[in-house]
Design a binder for this molecule. Structure first.
Ligand code: SPV
Ligand code: MG
Length: 431
């Protein structure tokens, strides 16, 4: 008997999936592949039900003969293992980033006489509603908050991009690229103090107050589902920080990163060009411990950021602080550097990992930007944050447009590099 294979990455079975199964049945024995969590988070959206539960759910569908795990979004593993005679898929993969996967699958199965069956995609009000409900579920605080912990388990390195508004949040949420035949996307958002302040035309010195920063988070949570890491600057007074922790938890933020500085905080990328004071190990440990005691959920993470390399206090100091802050309860360590060469960051990561196998390490490669995610992961880094690149790309583009309109006394000369009017008015989904 011939085999008909289809890959599912859904958390809810609806008429569209049943339609696929009914088509597949006509061609042979129906095998459903459950796309693994690891592949799913890059390919589609975060699963709201665990892999094992999805497998059970797919098994219970009438007409399904077998369920297997598909680890590779390009289907290489299942094609090698099963050699399906037919691969059945909704015809939505004929266009967009998924089309490269279709092309790859076609080439592979044609080699042994296999065939793709494109089934017309089911568009219905019910299907769209289910899709919206899933999205809504992912955006809820209790689901969003625990996602960073889950991502740390699921992927080698969690990829985080800066967001400081609803619009930048949407860019992080929705940008999917096809690269070397695989789809990729960011896992989470970083609410940078630098970019949040810059967007308001203010310096990055803890001048934008918490009420305003929480408002930025709300603007972002209203239109996105991905988890959030909040740049908490110094965390402020310990007596205030405990309240901040509760507010962030309530909003569904997954983690706050606080840096071991005190007094007037300036941006780390100034390094020793400006006066900045590091908090003592004791003071900062106390703040971490107070925050951990204040948090109400098990999901929330407090990550300690060490400024010893920025302030040129040396590697030994950085490592000593890391060990002390973990002891005080920190759920992760962020190590920062403003050197172009990643050597000191990698040295820290290697030495820290030799002593501590599990505490997540976070890095922000703004200056040492030649290093790749894979190289960082090899040195034990768990979270990489692209902290300011959206802001730094938008500003020169806007400035040039303003200059050119002034120069030409009209807008025609800038038009070619602008998004079309049609695109901008339809950019935001309406309910
Ligand atoms: C931020 O994005 O605000 C940061 C990272 O804290 S850095 O600007 O490199 O200090
Ligand atoms: Mg900051």
């Amino acid at each position: 008997m011939k085999s008909a294979y289809t890959c599912f990455c859904t958390d809810i079975i609806h008429e569209g999936h049943l339609n696929i199964i009914n088509h597949a049945k006509k061609y042979g024995r129906v095998i459903v592949g459950a796309l693994s969590d690891k592949a799913l988070i890059r390919y589609n959206r975060f699963p709201t039900v665990p892999q094992e539960e999805r497998i059970r759910m797919y098994r219970s569908i009438e007409g399904v003969d077998e369920v297997v795990i598909q680890e590779d979004m390009r289907y290489d593993d299942v094609i090698t293992l099963i050699h399906p005679d037919y691969i059945v898929h909704g015809d939505n993969w004929l266009s967009g980033p998924e089309s490269s996967i279709r092309a790859h699958v076609e080439e592979k199965i044609k080699a042994y006489g296999g065939e793709i069956i494109d089934v017309p995609y089911t568009f219905s009000e019910k299907v769209s509603k289910i899709d919206l409900q899933l999205k809504e579920k992912l955006s809820m605080p209790e689901y969003r908050r625990k996602r960073l912990h889950q991502l740390l388990e699921m992927t080698d390195i969690v990829k985080v991009m800066e967001a400081h508004s609803g619009l930048t949040g949407l860019i992080v949420e929705k940008t999917v690229v096809e690269n070397e035949g695989k789809l990729d996307q960011f896992d989470a958002m970083w609410i940078s103090s630098l970019c949040d302040s810059t967007a308001k035309g203010k310096p990055d010195i803890e001048l934008v107050d918490l009420t305003s920063r929480l408002r930025t988070i709300e603007d972002i949570t209203e239109v996105t589902t991905k988890p959030i890491i909040f740049d908490g600057d110094t965390g402020g007074l310990t007596e205030h920080f405990v309240y901040t922790v509760r507010s962030l938890e309530r909003l569904g933020v997954s983690a706050v990163i606080i840096e071991d500085k005190k007094g007037l905080k300036k941006n780390s990328l100034f390094g020793t060009e400006v006066e900045q004071t590091q908090a003592s190990i004791e003071e900062f440990s106390e703040k971490i411990a107070a925050g951990k005691k204040a948090q109400l959920t098990d999901d929330f993470m407090i990550i300690a950021r060490i400024e010893s390399l920025i302030l040129e206090r040396g590697m030994e100091d950085a490592l000593k602080r890391a060990a002390a802050f973990v002891k005080a309860g920190a759920d992760g360590i962020m190590i920062h550097s403003r050197k172009k060469d990643p050597a000191e960051i990698l040295e820290f990561c290697d030495k820290f990992r030799a002593e501590d196998k599990h505490t997540p390490i976070v890095v922000v490669p703004s200056s040492f930007n030649t290093i790749t995610e894979a190289e960082l992961a090899e040195h034990g880094v768990n979270i990489v944050i692209y902290a300011n690149q959206l802001t730094r790309s938008a500003f020169p583009a806007m400035q040039k447009t303003a200059e050119d309109i002034l120069k030409y006394h009209r807008a025609k000369e800038v038009d070619d590099r602008l998004m079309s009017i049609k695109e901008i008015i339809t950019l935001i989904d309406e309910i």
